[in-house]
Design a protein around this ligand. Sequence first.
Ligand SMILES: Nc1ncnc2c1ncn2[C@@H]1O[C@H](COP(=O)(O)OP(=O)(O)OP(=O)(O)O)[C@@H](O)[C@H]1O
Length: 233
Amino acid sequence: MTLPEIKPEQAISLENVTYQYPKSTSRLSFPQWQVAQGERLFLYGPSGSGKTTLLNLLAGILTPDTGSVELLGKPFSGLSEGKRDKFRARHIGVVFQQFNLVSHLTVAQNIALAAHFAGGSQPGREQLVALIHALQLPAEVLIKQASQLSVGQQQRVAIARALINQPEILLVDEPTSALDADARDAFMRLLTELCEQHHTTLIFVSHDQSLSQYLDKSVALSAITTAAEASSC
Ligand SMILES: Nc1ncnc2c1ncn2[C@@H]1O[C@H](COP(=O)(O)OP(=O)(O)OP(=O)(O)O)[C@@H](O)[C@H]1O
């Protein structure tokens, strides 16, 4: 008899997490924070408040000094570096501010690289075309070098690369600042629609609070840290 798969309810759970950059005098503290699976969350806060640091802790690029980061019910921050890298490649999509595309590789190669790191099979042309199409890009971009694309196109490719392994969690850091209002609107609709279709948990970080309208819920970074300070007394 095969048992039904038990799905954890929380996509993200932080407990007593602290992090201090080397040589920094201040410490960031996230006492307790949970995000349910499938939730699409807008995270905002002033420059320097710690949004990118939190995303890096969630992506396992930084590890907490104390406390734990659980993702999809797994003790993510307690994994060895190698296991964390594998977990990230398979379960987390990350889109950073600078997109981090490999400029001399084609769009298809950039996307295939993410599939390679996840240890899965290489995406077929059909799968790539479907993804590119879903992101409203013409199929011809697949054979173009990333450096030949406009900023808006690079942004969509970065999302395609983050989605190729169908991650349960997508972390997106301030990706729309280079776009005009119409392009930003189209991008946000597309991104949230794709996440809704795949029940992807989305953490979307920005200074621009007007973008919160596209997400289910808004959270100020200060609320996460304030709640923690209050409960730790
Ligand atoms: N590599 C680093 N070394 C030392 N301190 C750092 C480093 N990166 C960030 N910080 C500091 O940590 C704090 C949080 O930075 P972080 O980049 O997470 O903020 P942010 O809210 O994402 O800012 P922004 O909106 O400007 O991107 C800031 O005080 C910043 O100066």
